[in-house]
Structure formats: C-alpha cells, structure tokens
Design a protein around this ligand. Sequence first.
Ligand SMILES: Cc1cc2nc3c(=O)[nH]c(=O)nc-3n(C[C@H](O)[C@H](O)[C@H](O)COP(=O)(O)OP(=O)(O)OC[C@H]3O[C@@H](n4cnc5c(N)ncnc54)[C@H](O)[C@@H]3O)c2cc1C
Length: 397
Amino acid sequence: MAADFEVLIVGGGVGGAALALALAHAHPVRVLVIERRPGPGNINRGDSLLPAVTRHLKSWGALDRFRAAGANPVSKMQVFHHQAGRLLEAPLVGPDGSPYLVLPHPEIERTLADAARATGRVEFRFKTSLRTLLQSDGRVRGARIVDGNGVEETVNARLVVGADGASSAVREQLDVPFLSVPYDTGYYIIELERPAAYEDAMRLDLHPDGAVMTMPQTRATVGAAVLVHPAQRALFQSGSTEAKLEAIWSRAPILEGMAAIPRGAHLYRLHRGHATRYVARGAALIGDAVHVTNPTAGQGMTMAIEDGAALAQKLAPLLATAESEARLDRGLAEYEQERRPVNRELVRWSHWMGRFFSEGGELGDEIRRRLFAFGMTPIGKAIHRTVWNRVATRKAS
Ligand SMILES: Cc1cc2nc3c(=O)[nH]c(=O)nc-3n(C[C@H](O)[C@H](O)[C@H](O)COP(=O)(O)OP(=O)(O)OC[C@H]3O[C@@H](n4cnc5c(N)ncnc54)[C@H](O)[C@@H]3O)c2cc1C
C-alpha cells in the first residue's frame, strides 16, 4: 500500500517537533506529527537552548525564528555561595560562537512546530493519540490513531518514530525494555520576580540545604529550579507559597523579597533510565522515550533534539529518494550506533553531576564551595572548559 506520509511521529514535544523540522527543512519528506495534548505544553520543563542545540537550529534555518519568539542570549554563568559570595564566573557561548539562548519550554515547542510547519511538508494534529502500531511481515508500516472526538484513522508511513516521552506507548508496543530508576531528590520549578541586581546570567546559588539554579526569563522574571531533598519534600509538595519562598530566599539571598508567580510551579520527581535499543521492526525511538536523565546537567531536552538531528541526517535523504527497506534499516542501525553511546555517557555524567550537587550536607557544601572557587584559577578554568564542552557545546575547544 502507498504511504500517506514518509514519516509518522508520535509525540509533538521538543524531540518530535525538532525531528519533523530536521527531516523536512531540506528534503521533500512528508511528515505527520500526532500529539495528544491540545497544543504546545504549558509547563516549564527546561528552557535552555545550549550551543549544541542552537548550532542545529541555525543549520535548519530556524535560529532567527527563535530570536523573534523572544529567545534571549545568556553569555555567562555565575556561581555564588550564600556566605562566601561570588565564587566563579565563566563564559557560556560555544567555541564556534553558537549562542546559549533561553526561552520558556512551551515557546520552544511552539517555535519548533511553527518552523516545521513553515516547510510546507509537516502536518501537526493535536488532541490525537496513538491507538496501535500497524505491523506486517515483522515491520511497522503505520498506525491506527484516534482524535479528540474518538474518531479512528489508519495512517500508512514508511517510518514510524516514537517521540512520545518517558512513558512511551511506541516503545512498549515495540517490546523495547526500559528500566527507570527513581532518585530520592527532586527539583521544585517556579517563576519569581526578577531582582534589580540580577544579571543576564545562568546563576547557581550554593547552600547546604540544596542549590538554587536561576535563569533570566524576561526583563521581569527569572525561572528557578530548587533542589529538594526528601526531608523538604512535604514542604515543596504541599506547603504554603510563603513557606516555600522563605526556604528559597534563605538559600539564594539575591531572591529575598521577590514574589512568586505560582502558575506552572511544580515539584519535578527525578529518574534515570536508558533503553537497550533505539530501533525495532523498522521503527525508531528518540528523546525521553529511550533515555531519562537527572536534569542537574540540563541535558534532557538537548539530547532529544540531538537524537532528532541524527535520525534526520541518516534517514531524510533515504526517505526522499524512496530507498529500499534494507537501506532504511542500515540508516536506522547507524542512528542507534551513533546516539546510544553518546547518550549513555550523558546519562552517566548527569547522574554524577546530580550526586555532586545533592550529597553531603555541610561537608558537601564546603567541598562544592572550594571546588567552584578553584574554578577561577588557570587549571580550574581549563577544567571548566572541559566540563562545558561535554555538557553544552559537544565540540573540542
Ligand atoms: C515535569 C517535567 C519537568 C522537567 N523539567 C526539566 C528541566 O527543568 N530541565 C531539563 O533539562 N529537563 C526537564 N525535563 C525533561 C525534559 O523536559 C525532557 O527531557 C524533554 O522534554 C524530552 O523531550 P521529548 O520530546 O523526548 O519528550 P516530551 O517532552 O515528554 O514529549 C513527548 C510528547 O509526546 C506526547 N505523547 C505521549 N504519548 C502520546 C501518544 N500516545 N500519542 C500522542 N502523543 C503522545 C506527550 O503529550 C508529549 O508532548 C522535565 C520533564 C518533565 C516531565
């Protein structure tokens, strides 16, 4: 049967939308994205577009669209200690000049989707979910999908991709095992008024109770991620806004007196896990569907977009020229061989970064304070460049 679309993507979050754009921006590939929500999300789930991502956005011709949507450059990171003051300041741009931009997560999803649609080859259907994958001769050849009115439809596609997040139904129907390990720590995500003294920087305030990471969002607001240990879980889950603010202000004195904007505030429970395979029966998986990371290193969204970029780079030329299934399978195997080792390292690295920031109470706080202060020495700056290269630029500097 002729395919209705070359590619059906299940899930229109950052990974699915980035994949659609990466596939269609330069090749005549028809893509359908189905997303069960009524539109781009409304919850803050990471808003940093690292240089590793802005480099892709530029190559897809979408960087200006992000700037027009309000993405702001952040050119440095600062680390403070609640008693010792400023410990470290370091640049954030990539070695090739790729910027570090910040945009709220829902706007990132919306802008990626708009850029994908602007190619004229990508269709998004919201309030539409996967019912079941269609398989014949051991291969996935499309899906039954269902819209918000309960109307079912068959979609035939040469390639089906699961970009449907941590509880991926595509992964489950492909029988790809996935073990998710919970952490006992979490992050409380909230927007706050922006202090007058706040610079355009990614800012970390160290404290024995747990660090507070803030990002400028607009001229008037900052987004904060507050590390939450089990002892404070009840406070950040069900305490009053006033009690939460008191705890945040004591950890990050610059925020003292700043009011909360509670819309979208939530306690984000942390997990890590990595699927054993990224492809099965001619279908592929990307993003949180195959890896869930501790967000301390801010990698989840970046990894999802990088997966989409790699899959499109391998598959788009083959889909555009109607190559054989055997050739598509080789492209899929190359995608898995390229991305899985890289992501395994990032899951591991994010895990140790998470441990570094969450362990040790007063002693851990002292160790972190000394290590970040060391970061201003020549050797410390070299180490910082190495770490930055690993988490954000991906290129040797
Ligand atoms: C509450 C929360 C807070 C987070 N905060 C941070 C953070 O602060 N920093 C950070 O780096 N990372 C954070 N993350 C992780 C980060 O958001 C993810 O790594 C990233 O969004 C992964 O992108 P994705 O497209 O693979 O998956 P997702 O963003 O999860 O997108 C998957 C999409 O698939 C859709 N979908 C699922 N099932 C179906 C179906 N059957 N049919 C149709 N559509 C379907 C979902 O509605 C969703 O839109 C957070 C995650 C969560 C859940």
